[in-house]
Design a protein around this ligand. Structure first.
Ligand code: FAD
Length: 318
């Protein structure tokens, strides 16, 4: 079977969920070969093997930390040259998309970004994309070179499938552009202790109906009782009630959790674009005519300041 390169997103060897999703999709089109750059390859290999990586190509170098994406592109290209894969899959993060685009240019291939599904086809892998604020679903394939495909987080549920996950060292020589842009400093954002929005299994979002930053604790308390991430509509973000990093929608993040709870959100198409692939959708809104109710599995017509605290108390008793 042809090999498929999977770029590993990890923090010091702790593999992040989008990579497990990529491995799951990669198995549909070939044998996944993971590319792990930076520290922790041995630790990561156990997880990568558990999700189907037949091999882990690992490289560690100060360049990956000190400089922006180009050293990583050099390494991914080295893996590409070593394997001659049938496709290259990269997570659809800001960094992932830049790495994928640069690789595609270098190897003279077509690229598909923000795929939400992947299947094998007679003429190569076929990717599904959700476009125009999720109004259409398209299927595309790359017609030139080796397909480079970025896949949105939460597009599929990771499925384990044990494979060897043998670590092999990847020889990388960095081009002169690798050190063109240096990282000057890194300031991690203060952690809320909640799951990452795009990776969370449950998301509770608040909109204009929350009516002020000082009221968002109502949403946070429900989120904490469920172990959920907190999202916000653009109206809540534009009003300065919640950070833009938590915005869900066309100009925010796309989430696809098992459960999405929309509170005080009307359900504009641009908001739907970021959440409508959620598995179960619940809305709490005092307007029975709000468009969000067209989309939901369960809807509660009521004042969120009445409903949400009761829901939080109920969840806490379970
Ligand atoms: P509203 O539409 O004002 O709805 C508030 C809802 O709260 C109403 O349905 C109301 O009945 C309900 N409500 C009020 N009080 C209560 C209460 N006490 N209890 C219960 N319910 C209550 N929007 C996004 O969200 N994400 C995006 O990424 C995004 N990108 C955009 C990109 C473009 C190019 C454009 C033009 C718009 C974009 N928007 C986006 C904005 C979008 O069109 C809507 O304006 C926005 O989603 C509305 O947010 P909302 O639902 O919180 O507010």
């Amino acid at each position: 079977m042809a090999e498929v390169l999977v770029y590993v997103d990890h923090v010091d060897g702790a593999v992040r969920k989008p990579t497990l999703e990529l491995l799951t999709l990669a198995r549909r089109i070939g044998d996944p070969v993971a590319v792990h750059l930076g520290p922790g390859a041995d630790q990561a290999a156990a997880t990568l093997g558990e999700y189907g990586a037949v091999k882990v190509l690992a490289a560690e170098a100060a360049e990956f930390d000190d400089y922006l994406v180009v050293p990583k592109v050099d390494a991914l290209q080295a893996a590409y040259d070593a394997v001659s894969p049938a496709a290259v899959l990269v997570p659809s993060s800001a960094e992932g998309k830049e790495i994928a685009a640069r690789l595609a240019v270098r190897i003279g291939s077509g690229i598909i970004t923000d795929a939400v599904d992947l299947e094998s086809g007679d003429e190569g892998p076929v990717a599904t994309q959700s476009v125009f604020a999720a109004a259409f679903t398209t299927k595309s394939r790359v017609s030139k070179g080796t397909p480079v495909i970025t896949v949105k987080p939460n597009s599929t549920a990771p499925e384990a499938a044990q494979a060897a996950g043998t670590v092999e060292q990847l020889a990388v020589s960095f081009g002169e552009k690798a050190s063109g842009t240096k990282v000057v400093s890194r300031t991690p954002r203060e952690s809320s202790g909640r799951p990452e929005l795009t990776e969370a299994a449950i998301v509770v979002s608040g909109g204009r109906g929350v009516n002020g930053a000082e009221n968002f604790h109502v949403i946070e308390e429900l989120a904490d009782s469920l172990g959920a991430a907190v999202g916000a509509s653009r109206a809540a973000v534009d009003a300065g009630w919640y950070p833009h990093s938590n915005q869900v929608g066309q100009t925010g993040k796309t989430v696809s959790p098992q459960l999405y709870v929309a509170t005080g959100i009307s359900g504009a198409i641009q908001h739907r674009a970021g959440m409508q692939t959620s598995k179960t959708i619940v809305a709490i809104n005092k307007d029975a005519e709000a468009p969000i109710f067209d989309l939901v599995d369960y809807g509660v017509v009521g004042d969120l300041f009445d409903v949400v605290p009761k829901l939080t108390e109920e969840v806490k008793t379970r």
